[in-house]
Design a protein around this ligand. Sequence first.
Ligand code: SAM
Length: 455
Amino acid sequence: MHSRFPAEFIQRINQQFGDDANAFLGALSNDVVTSVRYNPNKMQASYELGAEPVPWCKDGVYLSEKPVFTLDPLFHAGCYYPQEASSMILDWVLQNLTDLPEHPHVLDLCGAPGGKSTLMASFLAGKGVLVANEVIKSRANVLAENLMKWGYSNCVVTRNDPSDFSRLPSHFDVMVVDAPCSGEGMFRKDERAIEEWSQGNVAMCASRQRRILADAWPALKPGGYLVYSTCTFNPDENEENIRWLCEGNRADIISLNAPNDWCISSVKIANGEALAFYPHKSKGEGLFVALLRKNDEDSTISFPKKIKNKEKNKAPGALTQCFKNAPAFFFSEEANGWRAFPAEFKNDLFQYQKNLSVLRYGVEAGQVIRNRYQPSHELAMSVDLQPESFVTCNLSLKDALKYLKGEVLVPSTGLETGFVLMNYNGAPLGFAKNIGTRMNNLYPSSLRIRMALPD
Ligand SMILES: C[S@@+](CC[C@H](N)C(=O)[O-])C[C@H]1O[C@@H](n2cnc3c(N)ncnc32)[C@H](O)[C@@H]1O
C-alpha cells in the first residue's frame, strides 16, 4: 500500500497525521479535480451542468470533467483561467484585508505561470498596481502572456531575483510569496514531484524560501501584509518559516479562520493560525497559506515623489479613442508601438523601469504607421477596450477556432473594410483586416492553436 511514495515521506506523514495518515496517503492517489476561475470583467461564472462553485472564491467553479481547453475560444479570450481550487483561497484572504488603501501597490513575487497574479488582478479590478514577477525567463514570458490575456492595464511584469526588490524599500502594501517548494501537494497531479522528493530537497527548499523572504522583506511597507503559501505539507517549509519570519518581532501572524464547512484545516503557529488544504479533507490539491503583518519600523524610506520621466509625444486620437476612459491613461511610445498605463501610477512605473527588469507593462495599444493606426492584439484582450470603436464580426465556434489557428476567413457580404474585432460569444479574440475579398488574420503566430481541429 502507498508504494508510490518514498519510505521517508510515508514515515513523516505517519508522524504528522497519526490516525489520519492512511486516509491522507490514500487521498493522494485519488483523481485530480478540475476547476477554473472566471474573469469577472469578461464573463460571469457560469454554473453549467455538473459545475459546482468553489466555496472560497466567487469566480471559481469545479468542473465535472476536464475539457480540452485549447478547443474553447473563451479560454484564448482570457475569459477564465484553469486553476487548482485550493489556490483560489487567495481571493478570500485578500477580501479579508479590509484596511488596504483604495489603490494599493501589490507584488506577486513568484508569479509564473500566473494563477495567483490573474486572481490578484481580478481582486484589484483595475485599482492600484500589480507587479507580477518571475525570476526564470521562459516562465516570465508565460506569466506576461497570461496577464495580457486577462486584460488589466494596471499590471507590470518583471523578471527579477527577489533581492532586486530591496531597491524599492517599504513600497508594497501586499506581497504574495507563493514559494517554490518540494511540491508534496502535487503528488497526485505530477509523478515527477514524487520522483524528485527527498528529505534533502525539503531542507534545500526551506532554506531557499527563507532567502527569498529575507531578500524581498524590505520592499514590504511597515503595516503591509505578506501572504505566504506553498503547495507542500511539511512543517519545515511552512510553520517553521513563518515562526522564523516572526522572530525579533518583525511581523505578527494574522489568524485565518475559514468556515468549518469548507473543511480546510487550521495550523497553529505561536498565537496565530494558518490554513492547510489536505487531500482527504478538502476538494483540491495540497496548499499551505499564512498571513502576516509587518510591524512598524522607524526606517521607512519612501520614493521621491517626482522623477524625471520619459514622456514622449502626445498619443494620436485614433488610438486614444479605442479606450473606455482615455484621460485616465498615460500613453508612451515604445519601439513596438504605443503602450497605455494608468496615469496615476506613472511615477511608480518609472521607478520599476529604473530599478527592475520590466518585461511588460500596461497594454500595447498599437502603432501609427504613415498616419494610419494599426491596433495591437493586446488591445483586443484589454478590459479597457472601447468595443464600439471597431467594426465587429461574431464568429461561430468553427470559424473562431479557424481564426485562432491563423487561417484566412472570408468576410460576410457588406462587412466594412478595415480592422475588424473578431468576437466569439461576445468576447474579443483578436483583430483581422478585412480587405474586401478576404480577412487577413492578425492573430499573433506565437499564440495560435497548433493542434488539429475536430471536423
Ligand atoms: C509555486 S510556483 C508559483 C506559481 C504561481 N504563483 C501561480 O499561482 O501560478 C513558484 C515559482 O517560483 C519561481 N522560483 C524558482 N526559484 C525561485 C527563486 N530562487 N526566487 C524566486 N522565485 C523562484 C519558480 O520559477 C516558480 O514559477
